[in-house]
Write a protein that binds this ligand. Structure first.
Ligand code: ADE
Ligand code: ZN
Length: 346
């Protein structure tokens, strides 16, 4: 199928995205607006290019935090809401589980309740306008130590906001090993929160095993390094524990794969691992969800039927009820079949 038809098909089919960082959705020109608001001038072309250049995960995380620093008051969070509104519309995303990392905002005095209320009120408006449900997973962060992560969890537990469905562990996998955060994730689990962990992004499969066995991770963010551990691939396939694969992100952070065509996600999929496809940080990696599906179709050998399965996997791996999963998957099939009926030559 050519690119035009592929994008038309993918636009027609409702999708879920379950690994998406809220702060990384505003486009570069919006980030420049935010910069102007906080510093009184726009970034030069060179400064913008520098901000969005990184040679590894650590460099990317510095840029991510530079953008977070541009949010100077809670009301700036509206930039995230507006950006998500356009993003879900452009990609026909009808359900999203999105990360919000409060640490650096809290450190400069943001109020957690006020921030979360602004975000969730904004997401409610998106739901009314577009029919897209956006849930929040609080990234308690592995970059600022265990006490900080527990503090973030305490805020979530105190909030009791049903729009916050779980906690995640993002940040530097190398400098903040998952096992250090076992107690925090234990507490989250006991409180009935869902738990997801970035792992296998820059560290080998031991890191994913720790995330699963010690942190009760229900899904793994990235999971690239699983591809180099055959026994673990078998275990993942047997347990059907979903991976939130973000191919373009992995190319930018350059640890295990240098080019999209060499990404091991198809091997994992063929061996029965539960694969979902996501963008991670769309404005940082210049990629949308539909682009990412095109990448795996065009460059990695996924068939159209594989693509349909992976789209449904996005819903199946989410934290909604089985009835909702079934209803969304039925809508995927309906839209898929309708598109082919109206494009008989495709
Ligand atoms: N925060 C935002 N994107 C991230 C990534 N890819 N890995 C770890 N932490 C992140
Ligand atoms: Zn991520």
């Amino acid at each position: 199928m050519d690119k035009r038809d592929f994008y038309s098909l993918l636009k027609a089919v409702p999708k879920a995205e379950i690994h998406l960082h809220q702060e990384a959705v505003p486009e570069r020109k919006i980030i420049n607006k935010l910069y102007k608001k906080c510093s009184g001038r726009e970034m030069t072309e060179v400064e913008l290019n520098n901000l969005f250049s990184y040679s590894d995960l650590e460099g990317f995380l510095q840029s991510f935090m530079s953008v977070q620093r541009m949010f100077t008051e809670e009301k700036d969070l509206r930039f995230i809401i507006d950006a998500l509104d356009s993003y879900v519309h452009a990609n026909n995303i009808v359900y999203a589980e999105t990360f919000f990392a409060p640490t650096s905002l809290l450190k400069k005095g943001f109020d957690f309740t006020y921030s979360i209320n602004i975000l969730t009120a904004g997401f409610k408006k998106i739901k009314e306008k577009r029919g897209c449900t956006i849930k929040t997973i609080v990234d308690v962060s592995r970059s600022f130590g265990v006490e900080n992560a527990q503090h973030n969890l305490d805020l979530v537990l105190h909030e009791k906001n049903p729009e916050i469905i779980g906690i995640g562990l993002g940040g530097s996998e190398t400098f903040g090993p998952a096992r250090d955060f076992a107690s925090v994730f234990d507490n989250a689990k006991k409180a009935g929160l869902h738990t997801v962990v970035h792992a296998g992004e820059t560290e080998d499969s031991w890191s994913m095993k720790d995330a699963i066995n010690l942190l009760h991770a229900e899904r793994i963010g990235h999971g690239t390094s699983a591809a180099y551990d055959e026994d673990f691939i078998k275990e993942l396939a047997q347990r059907q524990l979903p991976l939130e694969v973000c191919p373009t992100s992995n190319i930018f952070t350059k640890k295990y794969v240098k080019e999209l065509k060499d990404h091991p996600v198809k091997q994992l999929f063929d061996k029965g691992v539960f694969i979902t496809i996501n963008t991670d940080d769309p404005s940082f990696f210049k990629v949308s969800l539909i682009d990412e599906y095109w990448n795996i179709y065009k460059l990695m050998g996924f068939s159209l039927e594989n693509i349909r399965t992976i789209i449904k996997n996005g819903f199946r791996a989410s934290f909604i009820s089985q009835e909702e999963k079934d209803a969304y998957c039925a809508k995927v099939d309906e839209a898929w079949n309708a598109w082919f009926e109206s494009h008989p030559k495709a």
